[in-house]
Design a protein around this ligand. Structure first.
Ligand code: ATP
Length: 349
C-alpha cells in the first residue's frame, strides 16, 4: 500500500484535486490518501503555514499531491514561501520535471505541428533562485543589489544524471543541455564539463547542446526536434511556460518536484485562480495529469498512460471546460475522465 499526502490548498486547487482523486479512485489501486489542510484558510485560522512537525509527518509518505496555494486575503509570498518552497527545500526536491506533450493537435497555437513530446528536467534548488545575495547602500543612489548564481558540482551532477537516467528508463533517444555557456563562462562551463563527462556513461543516449536563446527560437519553429532537455533553474522556469503554451496552456500543464531518493510532490502548474474559484469552471485536466505523473513515479506506469489517454479522449471528443472552449463544468469533466479510466470505455490499449 502506497501512502499519498493530499494538499488541496486554495481556490481551484480544491476543486481540481477533488476531480483528480475521483480519477485515481476509479483505478482501484492499492493507495491510501491522507488529506492535509495547509493553505489560506488554515493560515488565517491558526497563523501557521507548515510547521516542523508537519514536515516530520509528511516524510513517511510515498508522494504528495498538491492543488494550489494562494488567496487574495493573504499577502503574496507567505503561502508560497511557507508551503511550496518549504516543501521543495526541506525535502530537497531537486528536479522539476515538466512534460510538454501535445495530446491533441488542435490545442497548439503553432501551425502544422503535431509532434511535440518534450520533457524538461529543470534544476530546482540552485542557480539564480538559490536565494544568495544582498543589498549594499539600500535605498540610496549608490545602491547595489546582488543576486548570486549558485552552481555546485554535486547539484549539476545530480540533475544531469537524473536527465540521463530518465531518458534511458523511458526509452527516450536524446538529452539536450540548454545553457548560456558562451556568456556565463564560469557557471555554465561547469554544466558543460559535467554534462559531457557524465554523458560518456550513457552511450545509448544521444547528447547535444543549445544556447538558451537559440533553443527558445527552435522550440517555436521546430519543437519536434527536442526530446529531453536539462537546464538550470531560471532558464527552465521560462522555457517550461513557453512549452506549456505550445501544448495547450495552463489547463493541461502538470509538474513534478522530485527527489528520486526521497519524497516527491506533483501539482498542476496553474495557481489557485481566485477569479474563477468556486464557480465550477476550473479545468481539472492539469491536476489529473499531475496524478498521471505521480502514478508513473510510483511505478504504476500503465495506469499513468491510461489517465493520459483518457485526457486525450476528452480533448478529442470536446468534453471541455470553458478555458478550452467547452461548456462543461469541472465536475462533469472529472466524472467523464473517471468513467473512462474506470473501464467504462475502451481506453485500454
Ligand atoms: P498564481 O500563479 O500567482 O498562483 P493565479 O492562480 O491567479 O496566480 P495562474 O494559475 O497563472 O494564476 O492563472 C492565471 C489565470 O488563468 C487564472 O486566473 C484563470 O483565469 C486561468 N486558469 C488557470 N488555471 C486554470 C484552470 N485549471 N482552469 C481554468 N482556468 C484557469
Amino acid at each position: 500500500m502506497k501512502k499519498i499526502a493530499v494538499i488541496p490548498g486554495d481556490g481551484i486547487g480544491r476543486e481540481t484535486v477533488t476531480e483528480a482523486l475521483k480519477v485515481m479512485d476509479a483505478l482501484s489501486l492499492p493507495l491510501q490518501f491522507d488529506e492535509f489542510p495547509f493553505g489560506a484558510e488554515y493560515y488565517l485560522k491558526t497563523g501557521k503555514t507548515l510547521e516542523d512537525d508537519d514536515l516530520e509527518e509528511l516524510k513517511d509518505f510515498d508522494a504528495i499531491l498538491l492543488g494550489a496555494v494562494g488567496d487574495p486575503r493573504v499577502k503574496p509570498g507567505i503561502l508560497e514561501r511557507g508551503i511550496l518552497l518549504k516543501l521543495r527545500f526541506h525535502f530537497d526536491m531537486y528536479v522539476n520535471l515538466r512534460p510538454a506533450k501535445l495530446l491533441d493537435a488542435r490545442f497548439t497555437p503553432l501551425k502544422n505541428k503535431r509532434d511535440i513530446d518534450i520533457v524538461f528536467v529543470r534544476e530546482n534548488t540552485e542557480g539564480l533562485y538559490a536565494g544568495s545575495g544582498g543589498f549594499l547602500h539600500k535605498n540610496t543612489e549608490y545602491e547595489v543589489a546582488i543576486q548570486e548564481m549558485i552552481n555546485t558540482r554535486r547539484g549539476v551532477e545530480r540533475i544531469v544524471r537524473f536527465a540521463m537516467e530518465y531518458a534511458r528508463k523511458k526509452g527516450r533517444k536524446k538529452v539536450t543541455l540548454c545553457d548560456k555557456s558562451n556568456v556565463l563562462t564560469y557557471a555554465h562551463d561547469l554544466w558543460q564539463r559535467v554534462f559531457w563527462e557524465l554523458g560518456k556513461r550513457y552511450e545509448d543516449i544521444k547528447k547535444d547542446h543549445e544556447y538558451v536563446d537559440a533553443l527558445a527560437m527552435k522550440l517555436v519553429r521546430s519543437p519536434e526536434r527536442f526530446d529531453v532537455i536539462v537546464t538550470p533553474n531560471m532558464f527552465g522556469d521560462i522555457l517550461t511556460d513557453l512549452a506549456a503554451e505550445l501544448t495547450g496552456g495552463l489547463g493541461l500543464a502538470a509538474s513534478g518536484n522530485i527527489n528520486p531518493e526521497g519524497l516527491s510532490m506533483f501539482e498542476p502548474v496553474h495557481g489557485s485562480a481566485p477569479d474563477i474559484a468556486g464557480k465550477g469552471m476550473a479545468n481539472p485536466m492539469a491536476t489529473v495529469l499531475a496524478v498521471s505523473m505521480l502514478l508513473d513515479f510510483l511505478g504504476f506506469e500503465r495506469e499513468a498512460k491510461v489517465i493520459e489517454h483518457a485526457v486525450s479522449t476528452a480533448l478529442r471528443e470536446g468534453f471541455l471546460t470553458p478555458d478550452m472552449g467547452g461548456d462543461k463544468r469541472t465536475e462533469e469533466v472529472g466524472d467523464y475522465l473517471a468513467r473512462l479510466v474506470g473501464g467504462g470505455e475502451d481506453v485500454w490499449f
